[in-house]
Design a protein around this ligand. Structure first.
Ligand SMILES: *Cc1c(COP(=O)(O)O)cnc(C)c1O
Length: 458
């Protein structure tokens, strides 16, 4: 399998190269040159299905035996043997629980594998990297958990001091590994992100420490997420029986993986995008426009995003894979702050996509209702997706699967405010509040942070 850039002018790469590159040289994102065709499929377990579904994407870079070992290692870190349990709610909507990994959010499904893929590719090449990332919570802990103890990787994660939840901070700072370093930056999440961008722009520094990233534009993360769409469809009737999904969406990586499953032949009739108050994507799918405004903090912080980077991959497809045309549309968007989708292109999205937006009051009511009716505690992100599933479901004869992206105990304050019940952490994290923390407080100063990275990489 070879990978091309959505802007059309970067070198064509194989999987291992696209994995390490992240972003393409021309500013685009890597996508497979062609979509593999999903086989008819048996009823394998999660790990077997994962190897089968992903193998075409890594072909040419990784041997199947090596890949199978990495996949098995990645998913045996999950608490349940079926990895992503599926349960049915009283109104017939299914909930696909993606939060049984080490850090309790769906990002573990991708990052547990990506950490191993990085290690494999780097040791094959005899290279090392330093991963520097900024996090507002979930990505940092999932990335740390995935890369701790890996020989070829050093990792420095910046978070805004005092601005992540206590569970999120402790999940990052209590990991005891010599290759992981947490920095609490005296500033906001935007300051952290600006520092990371500035480090990548400092070419001397970038080359000196071999800087890399595991952010959500990395193709390998999307690839790993395709698997659970296939697994859910299999459990509900098979790869050729119709199914619909609703996904609480921020950077558009998760729901785009559902679209990849569809492009590969899974009979996905509808993909519903759930938004919180930050509703640019709902605007895009209902009106064909996007306008940039300020990010408003909500109870579902992992969706507090204005520009969803992975949307570029969908735009590339609907533009008939014309990278130049897409580049012109995106340049115009950047210059004007407004995006208007051509009516013909918009028409291509009407059947398969929907979007709906829910403010925090509705989210809180949904969490309370579900606790009353079924005794199930939903985290706020999952509640957005469930509300969107119910609002946009078109055909009640087709199973609708709402993706549960975080464990309720990851956002205990919002859940307790809605239900009066404080959700408990699962066993493997039960002593989280007793574990010693390791973090360094630093000012939002590029020179200071770069010195810290230099001093701590091995
Ligand atoms: C990251 C995240 C999301 C958003 O996923 P995208 O792939 O960025 O759209 C939703 N819910 C939770 C809990 C998350 O951590």
């Amino acid at each position: 399998m070879r990978y091309v850039s959505t802007r059309g002018s970067a070198p064509v790469l194989e999987f291992g190269e696209a994995l390490l590159a992240g972003l393409a040289d021309d500013g685009g994102l890597y996508v497979p040159e062609e979509w593999p065709v999903l086989a008819a499929g048996g009823r394998g377990n999660y790990i077997e299905t994962a190897v089968e579904v992903m193998m075409p994407f890594v072909a040419g870079s990784i041997e199947e035996d090596d890949f199978a070992v990495m996949v098995a290692d990645a998913y045996t870190t999950f608490e349940t043997s079926d990895v992503t349990p599926l349960l049915e709610l009283s109104d017939g909507v299914h909930l696909l629980e993606l939060f049984h990994g080490p850090t309790l959010a769906f990002k573990d499904l991708a990052l547990q594998l990506v950490g191993r893929l990085f290690d494999h590719e780097l040791s094959r090449r005899g290279e090392r990297i330093t991963i520097v990332g900024a996090t507002s919570g979930d990505t940092g802990s999932a990335a740390i958990e995935a890369c701790q103890g890996r020989d070829a990787v050093d990792m420095v994660i910046l978070h805004p001091s005092g601005r992540v939840s206590e569970v999120q901070r402790r999940q990052m700072t209590t990991v005891n590994a010599t290759n992981v370093h947490n920095v609490a930056v005296d500033g906001t999440f935007d300051d952290c992100q600006d520092l990371v961008k500035a480090m990548f722009a400092d070419v001397t520094f970038r080359d000196e420490v071999r800087l890399s990233a595991v952010n959500s534009i990395n193709w390998a993360r999307v690839m790993a997420q395709v698997v659970y769409y296939v697994v859910a469809a299999e459990r509900l009737g098979g790869r050729h029986s119709p199914v619909a999904f609703s996904v609480p969406t921020g950077n558009f990586g998760n729901v785009f993986a559902g679209h990849v499953a569809r492009l590969s032949g899974l009979d996905v009739r509808q993909l519903v995008v759930g938004s919180n108050t930050n509703d640019v994507l709902t605007q895009f799918f209902t009106e064909g426009t996007m306008g940039i405004t300020e990010v408003v903090p909500t109870t579902s912080p992992s969706m507090d995003i204005q520009v969803s980077s992975n949307l570029e991959r969908l735009l590339f497809e609907i533009n008939g894979r014309d990278g130049a045309a897409l580049g012109a549309q995106l340049d115009n968007f950047r210059a004007t702050g407004c995006f208007q989708l051509d009516p013909a292109l918009r028409a291509s999205l009407v059947d398969g996509w929907a979007g709906a937006r829910f403010v925090d009051n509705a989210v809180q009511a949904c969490i309370a209702d579900e606790a009353d009716q079924s005794g199930i505690l939903l985290d706020p992100h999952t509640a957005v997706g469930l509300l969107a599933a119910r609002a946009c479901r078109r055909d009640s004869s087709i199973p609708m699967v709402a993706l549960a992206t975080a464990h309720p105990a990851k956002f205990p304050d919002a859940v307790e405010a809605a239900t009066g019940v404080r959700p408990e952490l699962p066993n493997h994290l039960a002593d989280l509040y007793e574990r010693p923390e390791r973090l360094t407080e630093l000012p939002a100063d590029l020179v200071v942070i770069e010195d810290f990275v230099r001093a701590h990489r091995r």
